[in-house]
Ligand binder design. Structure first.
Ligand SMILES: [Zn+2]
Length: 425
């Protein structure tokens, strides 16, 4: 509706911008086209955060200039390639050496379905560019949620084989539920989702895959609900045979009854659905001196300046085990202090190779510590799984798909008690 109104205005008002000296169709006061709260099918995804000049390409696009108080002060029509850079507190569009009015927020809405390119990467929907507080530019993709999901699925669950297709549908419903749960939470903020593992990896059109897109279309509007709200459908690669309980993995987050963890098998003593994963069981060994080097960086990175510099690692121990076989926390005692790390954050501190390297695969482990002369000389872990383990186990979901379970059955296995329902057409 809003878009139609915008286009009509475009057709009737033609003007020339004084500073650009380029003939453009000019829109004096276009409608504010932020997604309204009721338009729950549109998400705002942060796709780029940069201090560099960026290039934007759209076949033909409506450009709206918005002020910080959300009033639209200008609107015009541009075609082809343009560059956008910071200009003091504003953004500046240049095209073939000509400049257009400066504004803190720009909304570039392509007229056709082809979307736009930003720094050579293709996206569906519209683009909002906004000044950040650190002389940066935030690029936010305003996109229909199902188009967003097409750019998410292959990055999040891979390129599934024949016979695993149902897992694409499962991932589509889980990712849709997760994204919708964010809309409410992020209302009033600049964007709903980041395009990284912090939320869900999203690569736009370049990240799409036909079979995954088909699953998104077939499952259009279907979500998992708890008490009528889209669930926080967390998922991770491999649960190691037992999914994590949010209360011990992420004790700082709100408790959600469908995230209390359970065996990842059809029967309590059956074979785990994810047991073929290469991450199902793993081991790791640190020499004491190597672990000290890692902790000297990773402990302050996690706990901040209250970590005093230290020479020796005197002890390291597990503070408790959860029902799923994950550690509830780890206590680290140095010659200059003692610190407790809780829940899933343990993975950020006990990094396997180096303080800058990957985090530990999971908190599902048993620890064996050798001490000598008042210090730790080696630590061995026997572990299972890869990822936080809360919610859906993706390897298990793929296996369940192979075994013929339906998407609804798979979702109800990982998020017990939820309702699967189509909430929009
Ligand atoms: Zn599993």
């Amino acid at each position: 509706m809003r878009r139609a109104r915008f286009s009509v205005l475009l057709l009737v008002v033609i003007n020339m911008l004084s500073c650009g000296k380029e003939p453009v169709r000019h829109i004096p006061h276009a409608a504010d086209d932020r997604p309204s709260p009721s338009a729950s099918k549109t998400v705002r995804v942060l796709i780029l955060d940069t201090k560099e000049k960026i290039s934007v390409e759209a076949g033909s696009a409506n450009v709206a200039c918005r002020q910080s108080d959300n009033t639209i002060t200008d609107g015009y029509f541009l075609e082809g390639m343009m560059t956008v850079s910071r200009f003091g507190p504003d953004l500046k569009i240049s095209k073939r050496g000509k400049n257009f009015p400066e504004t803190p927020i720009l909304i570039i809405r392509p007229e056709n379905e082809g979307g736009f390119k930003i720094n050579g990467k293709s996206y569906r929907g519209a683009l909002m560019l906004q000044c950040g507080t650190a002389n940066n530019i935030l690029a936010i993709n305003i996109v229909e949620i199902d188009d967003y999901l097409k750019g998410v699925l292959p990055s999040e669950i891979g390129y599934l084989k024949k016979g695993q297709y149902e897992a694409f549908r499962v991932q589509a419903i889980a990712s849709r539920s997760y994204a919708l749960s964010k809309l409410e939470e992020k209302k009033g903020e600049l964007y709903d989702l980041r395009s990284t593992i912090m939320d869900q990896v999203y690569k736009g059109i370049d990240g799409e895959y036909p079979e995954a897109s088909r699953a998104v279309e077939e499952s259009r509007g279907i979500v998992a609900l708890w008490n009528g709200n889209s669930i926080k459908a967390y998922y991770s690669s491999c649960c190691g045979g037992y999914t994590a309980d949010i209360r011990t993995g992420w004790p700082w987050k709100a408790d959600l009854p469908y995230l209390h963890g359970s065996r990842d098998a059809s029967a309590s003593k059956g074979r785990s659905f994810c047991s073929d994963s290469r991450h199902f069981r793993w081991e790791h060994h640190w020499e004491g001196r190597d672990l000290v080097k890692i902790l000297r960086k990773s402990l302050p990175a996690e706990l901040g300046s209250r970590v005093a510099s230290f020479h020796r690692l005197i002890d390291i121990s597990v503070t408790g085990m959860s029902k799923s076989g994950r550690v509830k926390g780890v206590r680290i005692t140095t010659d200059n202090g003692s610190y407790e790390i809780t829940g899933d954050r343990v993975r950020w501190v006990l990094r396997p190779a180096s303080a800058d390297g990957p985090i530990l695969k999971s908190t599902m482990f048993k620890m064996k510590v050798k001490r000598e002369g008042g210090r730790v000389i080696s630590v061995d872990l026997k572990g299972g799984g890869n990822g936080h383990g809360t919610g859906m186990c993706q390897t298990g979901a793929i296996r369940m798909a192979e075994l013929g379970y339906s998407a609804a059955e798979i979702l109800q296995h990982y998020y017990p008690g939820v309702t699967i329902k189509r909430i929009y057409q």
